[in-house]
Design a protein around this ligand. Sequence first.
Ligand SMILES: C[S@@+](CC[C@H](N)C(=O)[O-])C[C@H]1O[C@@H](n2cnc3c(N)ncnc32)[C@H](O)[C@@H]1O
Length: 219
Amino acid sequence: MKLKYIALNDRLYRYVCACRTGSDDLVLDALRRETEALGDISRMQISREQGSFMTLLVAAIGAASAIEVGTFTGYSSICIARGLRADGRLLCLDASEEWTTIARRYWKRAGVRKRIELRLGPAIATLKKLDRGLVFDFAFVDAAKEEYDAYYELILPRVRPNGLILFDNMLWGGRLGTTRINQASGRAIDKLNRKLARDKRVESVLLPIADGLQLCRKR
Ligand SMILES: C[S@@+](CC[C@H](N)C(=O)[O-])C[C@H]1O[C@@H](n2cnc3c(N)ncnc32)[C@H](O)[C@@H]1O
């Protein structure tokens, strides 16, 4: 197989970040700064171009209803909420009151607070308790890696045909594509990547954006 890809470096990555709509967004920049001040944990935040991609994707499918599993300090939720239709709603799931307190503040600053509902608690239990009739146009999964497949199986029946599910960290720091995956989280992601590629219920593609995005369209 002839390989075709461009490996990024710092110069090219800055270029990628600069050449997108909203690269001068003051609220998202302030949220990045505040999250970075938390220390190493800030690695959990999605990347800038990933956020722009998500806003575009949500808007492109005309999404009115979305769910996010793993909200942290709120960057991805703001990006999703901004792409929703004017009457759109985003349901955010996270276990941490501490991190999502920051998210709530930034939802207000970004003018999306009224579009978002937060449910605190373990994601699997929250997903199992969702109202029966709740259907989503778009889902973003970015919480416990070992639980991704369980989130998938709980969310997929609620996604409308042609709706999208996006999974973050599906390149797992670049450590996949080998048989020596020595952490449970890496093995779970590898297993799910392979499952999605064969799963007749969806069409999927693994995009090398940031730490890897699995983009799935429900058939
Ligand atoms: C990678 S961060 C999410 C980053 C976020 N999408 C952003 O753009 O900043 C993962 C989040 O998932 C939450 N989380 C991890 N395991 C969870 C679980 N089992 N149930 C609910 N939330 C969980 C953590 O509290 C954390 O805020």
